[in-house]
Design a protein around this ligand. Structure first.
Ligand code: DQA
Length: 145
């Protein structure tokens, strides 16, 4: 089974408490449970489900996935809009990458409309709520089949 990693950026540890009108009521633990329930059905093994608040820690996680995972679901959160370092790390990763945003970043402030990560991503899902993670897993399964 292809191993995939699911990686979350800053402030997503507070999912469920954080602006629920934008991000919903599910916690990151709920998202993890839903992903872990779905993955075996799709023939995917979740190598890790992680969250980091720091940019460097996120870069280190992406580097560690090199050679260890065939795909990645990443919600880089605010670093999507600011981080060339996260983009550069993803460019070193050989596997498939699906970028997820819980909210529709294109319907929000203009500074959220651009994501550095999107230029590397094999697919982008935005505005589907936390269900976007499951959609991302389905797409990864197709790409890795
Ligand atoms: C987010 C959107 C980003 O603009 C924001 O900074 C986040 C979460 C989303 O999932 O909708 O932290 O990536």
């Amino acid at each position: 089974m292809p191993v995939i990693h699911i990686l979350n950026g800053p402030n997503l540890n507070l999912l469920g408490q954080r602006q629920p009108e934008i991000y919903g009521h599910q916690t990151l633990a709920d998202v993890e449970a839903a992903c872990r329930a779905l993955a075996p059905e799709l023939g995917l093994e979740i190598g890790s489900f992680a969250q980091e608040n720091g940019e460097g820690a996120l870069v280190e996680r992406i580097q560690a996935a090199r050679g260890a995972a065939r795909g990645m679901v990443i919600n880089p959160a605010a670093y999507s809009h600011t981080s060339v370092a996260v983009l550069d790390a993803l460019n070193l990763f050989e596997g498939k990458v699906i970028e997820v945003h819980i909210s529709n970043i294109h319907r929000r402030e203009t500074f959220r409309h651009h994501s550095f990560v999107s230029s590397r991503a094999d697919g982008v899902i935005a505005g589907c709520g936390t269900h976007g993670y499951q959609l991302a897993l389905r797409q990864l399964a197709l790409l890795l089949a």
